[in-house]
Design a protein around this ligand. Structure first.
Ligand code: FHN
Length: 599
């Protein structure tokens, strides 16, 4: 901000320094209580609107929308909101974007209508991303929209539009800040790092900005933290920030990226990114965040758009596992949501107009895998989302113990009853006669009304069988995951990652037809600085022990034998990978386990 340091800015900085010297904490309201100790009833009441919402809009918007993925003639892929990092742009060379940022086409009321018409119930917008630029005229820095060519508050009219349309406003706020003079660690590419940087002072600044946001634009639905992974952020700071924010607005919801993860971490829901956990995250509130193309911030050249059918089916898949879908748009530097995003959201809205009741307010399916698509549930009704419309006119739902009283297509305004039979005794299979043509090629929904409590025959775990050579291949995406909600399947690397807690345990159930000795082979990646975590692969009462080796990076996978063990006769034992100690950063990125019979 060197070129633009205003007198006011210095004044604010001086005040901040004074407060730091005088113990800034004294100026902040100490957390009135440990909000993590709330009762289940209190938590359920606080989470209720969010759980019922199921679908929200993520908005990544900042100075990065101006370069739009290109810097000095070089085009960058991936999340181009990182262009300052990709192109190694020091703050002094990035700040001139302020004078180019002039979103004269910004129409927040239109943005909110696009979200609402798509069936979205909340909006999470980046009040400040890693670049440090603030979308509101914060009093604690002049690195804000007030210093841009546009000059006006971007968040206030959005807050008003959300209120007018009944959409819940939420803010994404990055802990990591590549611009603020007190943030640490300094970006490696910064050529003029502030030698007097003081992270405690930065945290005081962070808290004061959050106070501005909550008191100036709230009450908010969610504070969506991010950028918590650098070594200056700790579990203690995460818990402190969680309590600070809840102290400002007790019923606010905070995501799990306020903390560094692990057992006892602060945060109200898990945040798998660009991926949908194979089995959801049982016992944890969670939300998948995802881009429509390959970038969060606007890129002029990323045209790799997901189809609207794919996005509709992802929404259904996530809801069927009890999660929320936070789907991203990256507005341009002029303030327009890209037409490709608007088209997809309109298609999703057309589908939601007919089928929204099968998403909003639903809970995870209690059924196992079904051949036709997915299932969502709410009291008195379950919804069969059919992706693959049957040629023989029959849809089968196995395991339904409760008495079905009616079946009908949501696409049928008259709700004409569909004929159905229930096979019994033995496994209860509801077989529904459906018309020859699917009402909706993307997903057709059949509502099944039932009497009393929803009772479902116990679902057998999805068991893995050996191949013709007797080898079991256990893939990351097929893993059951128990634990804190941090460990998740990373679609881009096709591995289990974000493994930051020893309490996170992936497992698979195998069906043994060939008992005997097996080699245990693991394919994993681990950055050098995080190697060394001891672990066990346990199958029933048998186990082999290993230590995670370094492979050079989180993307560089190697395969090796951990050891051999005996797998007993019959049954369906579970295969578990159990860390024996807390990892330095992450246990490993686990791609595959193979159990190879020893001849
Ligand atoms: O680094 C950010 C990225 O730019 C984007 O904001 C995503 C959205 O969840 N979060 C971080 C990457 O995990």
């Amino acid at each position: 901000m060197r070129a633009l340091k205003s007198g006011f800015g210095y004044l604010c900085l001086a005040a901040a320094v004074w407060m730091a010297a005088a113990g800034a904490r004294a100026a902040e309201p100490a957390p009135t209580k440990d909000f993590m100790k709330e009762t289940k009833e209190e938590r359920d009441a606080r989470m209720k609107w969010w759980r019922e919402a199921r679908f929200g809009m993520f908005i990544h918007w900042g100075l990065y929308a101006v370069p739009a993925g290109e810097w000095n003639g070089t085009k960058y892929g991936g999340g181009v909101e990182w262009i300052m990092n990709y192109a190694k742009v020091p703050a002094a060379e990035y700040e001139p974007l302020l004078k180019k940022f002039n979103p004269v086409k910004y129409d927040p009321a239109q943005w909110v209508r696009i979200a609402k018409d798509a069936g979205m119930k909340y909006i999470v917008i980046t009040s400040k991303h890693h670049e440090g630029f603030c979308l509101w005229p914060s009093k604690c820095t002049d690195y804000t929209v007030a210093s841009t060519a546009y000059g006006k508050d971007l968040l206030k009219p959005l807050a008003e539009a959300c209120k007018a349309e009944g959409i819940t406003l939420c803010f994404y706020h990055s802990i990591m800040d590549w611009h603020h003079p007190d943030y640490l660690p300094k970006p490696g590419w910064e050529t003029n790092p502030n030698k007097d940087a003081n992270f405690d002072r930065y945290v005081g600044h962070l808290k004061k900005q959050l106070k501005e946001l909550i008191e100036g634009y709230g009450p908010l639905g969610v504070l969506w933290f991010d950028g918590q992974w650098e070594n200056t952020w700790t579990h203690e700071r995460g818990v402190d920030l969680y309590n600070y924010v809840r102290g400002l607005q007790p019923n606010i919801i905070v995501n799990n990226r306020v903390d560094v993860g692990g057992q006892g971490a602060a945060g109200d829901f898990g945040t798998p990114e660009q991926t949908i956990p194979a089995k959801g995250l049982p016992g944890t509130d969670w939300e998948t965040c995802m881009t429509m193309n390959g970038t969060w911030g606007y890129s002029a050249h990323d045209l790799d758009w997901k189809s609207s059918q794919d996005l509709i089916r992802k929404l259904v898949d996530i809801a069927s596992k009890g999660g929320n879908f936070l789907l991203n748009v990256g507005p341009t530097g002029l303030g327009e949501i890209p037409p490709a995003s608007v088209e997809r959201l309109a298609a999703m809205g057309k589908w939601m107009k007919v089928n929204g009741e099968a998403i909003h307010g639903t809970a995870a399916s209690p059924f196992g895998k079904v051949s036709f698509g997915r299932v969502t549930a709410k009291p008195g009704k379950i919804y069969l989302h059919v992706f693959n419309w049957p040629k023989d006119g029959k849809i089968e739902l196995p395991g339904m113990e409760s008495k079905v009283t009616k079946a009908y297509l949501l696409a049928d305004p008259g709700k004409k009853a569909l004929a159905f039979t229930v096979s019994q005794p033995g496994p209860r299979v509801v077989e529904i006669q459906v018309p020859a043509e699917a009402p909706d090629a993307d997903a057709s929904v059949i509502a099944l009304e039932y009497e009393g409590e929803l009772k479902v025959q116990p679902r057998l775990p999805d068991t893995m069988a050996a191949d013709e050579k007797g080898v079991f291949t256990l893939m990351a995406e097929a893993a059951d995951i128990q634990g804190t909600g941090s460990l998740a399947f990373e679609a881009d690397k096709k591995c289990l990652g974000f493994w930051t807690s020893k309490d996170d345990v992936p497992s698979w159930t195998i069906r043994v037809t060939n008992p005997g000795r097996y080699q245990v082979e693991l394919t994993h990646a681990c950055k050098d600085g995080s190697a060394g975590t001891p672990f066990e692969v346990r199958i029933g009462r048998q186990s082999v022990k290993g230590t995670v080796s370094a492979t050079g990076s989180w993307e560089k996978f190697t395969t090796g034998i951990v050891g051999t063990l005996e797998i007993g006769r019959g049954g369906s034992p579970r295969v578990r990978v159990v860390p024996l100690e807390a990892p330095k950063e992450g246990v490993m990125n686990l791609k595959t386990i193979r159990l190879i019979p020893v001849q």
